[in-house]
Design a protein around this ligand. Structure first.
Ligand code: PLP
Length: 397
């Protein structure tokens, strides 16, 4: 990987082969049902465009994002696959959504009317998915109100009620009883639609956890995020064959000595107790490396674990390399990922921070260079100033 990052200070490396492997694995688990690759929040920090392309290459038929803007970004990058916008649609966004050929999630009559007007203006039929809240206690239409809303949508001829879905609150628990209750409610909603003569082609409920562990939730399509990135949905649910795709790396740009009593960083929270050698790495909380890792987290340098000392600042942090005298300028420090035999997983960082792996990777800031690999081969990258298409292949970094 040395050649790939030369001259760069901090970067996220993503193995697209791993993403493809994970998509194929999940598709097999879902018996090749229609597959939504969930690439919201910049592809959980991995970079939405590159991950979307890899997922589509591995057989995903569709993409899912949260905001309309996230869908537009994919379109601007040339992605043509159907894209479901799962988030709350502001009626004022309806026109942009139709213009960019995105599929809306509808939970209200106002949204349906705004979409219908935009569809008429564009002169085409626009697919929509209705979302019902079967027990997540978040977005969605009350189960008892679905049939009435579906009827309204069906009457708005430029709209095509293509799908209906729900989201499961506890699919990643070992105990699936609540998830089963939610599915029973979902089936009741589907029956109601059937009784009202409203056939809906795509019924979907499964996230990664349900795709891996709850076959009854597969219906017509699955929506996978976290597992596609190779991370386990929870301690109770996963698959050992998933391959984490992402690592967070930074260059050592300064090596310096502290005498006992001298300190490192804001607030002097680290004071050397012995002659100490520090390595400065150019990654900080502005990049998504949590400040809560100050004096707690670790990094890998030359295949060894070394502690983060002092406060993580916005752009930099210090590593105590006193016991790793071989460390030199330009060495690579790994904050998430593997180096040699050693590994710091997103789960390990999450445990330290009292959060979940989802948040650890999604926190990685857009300003970090994304490097995309297939095995050891660099195949593309994204820089902040590349703008929307944010993808290039085959030039020299
Ligand atoms: C509605 C919906 N479906 C699917 C997903 C994907 O979930 P996961 O990353 O657990 O696979 C999410 C993620 O939060 C979601 O909000």
């Amino acid at each position: 990987m040395t050649e790939a990052w030369r001259g760069r200070s901090a970067w996220v490396a993503v193995d697209l082969d791993a993403v493809e492997h994970n998509v194929r694995l999940l598709r097999r688990r879902a018996s090749d049902r229609l597959f939504f690759a969930v690439v919201k929040a910049d592809g959980y920090g991995h970079g939405a465009v590159a991950v979307a392309r890899a997922a589509l290459a591995a057989g995903a038929e569709r993409l899912a994002v949260y905001t309309c803007d996230e869908g537009v970004l994919l379109r601007r990058a040339g992605v043509q696959a159907p894209i479901l916008v799962m988030g709350y649609l502001q009626p004022s966004e309806a026109r942009a959504l139709v213009q960019h050929d995105l599929t809306a999630t509808v939970v209200s009559v106002q949204q349906a009317l705004a979409l219908s007007a935009a569809a008429q203006e564009a002169g085409r039929r626009v697919p929509v998915h209705l979302k019902t809240d079967t027990g997540m206690g978040r977005a969605g239409v009350e189960p008892g109100a679905v049939a009435a809303l579906a009827q309204r949508i069906a009457a708005l001829t430029p709209l095509d009620l293509e799908g209906i879905y729900t989201h499961l609150a506890t699919a990643d628990d070992a105990d699936h009883s609540y998830a089963r209750q939610q599915m029973a409610t979902f089936r009741w909603v589907l029956d109601e639609l059937g009784r009202a003569g409203l056939g809906v082609r795509l019924r979907h409920a499964a996230n990664s956890a349900a795709t891996l562990a709850l076959a009854e939730a597969h219906f017509d399509a699955v929506r996978c995020g976290i597992a596609m990135y190779g991370l386990q949905p929870s301690n109770a649910c996963g698959d050992a064959a998933l391959r984490p795709a992402l690592s967070l790396r930074a260059a050592v740009v300064r090596l310096f000595a502290l005498q006992p009593g001298q300190s490192a960083g804001y607030g002097r929270t680290f004071v050397a107790q012995r002659p100490t050698r520090l390595a400065l790495a150019t990654v900080g909380y502005g990049d998504g490396l949590s400040r809560a890792l100050s004096n707690r987290g670790q990094a890998l340098v030359r295949g060894r674990r070394v502690p983060i000392v002092g406060r993580v600042s916005m752009d930099q942090c210090a590593l105590d390399v006193t016991d790793a005298p071989e460390v030199t300028l330009g060495d690579e420090a790994v904050f998430i990922g593997q180096q040699g035999e050693a590994e710091i997983s997103a789960d390990e960082v999450a445990t330290l921070l009292g959060t979940i792996n989802y948040e650890v990777v999604t926190a990685l800031a857009p300003r970090l260079l994304r490097l995309y690999f297939r095995g050891d081969r660099l195949v593309g990258w994204r820089r902040l100033h590349d703008g929307a298409p944010c993808w290039s292949i085959g030039e020299t970094v």
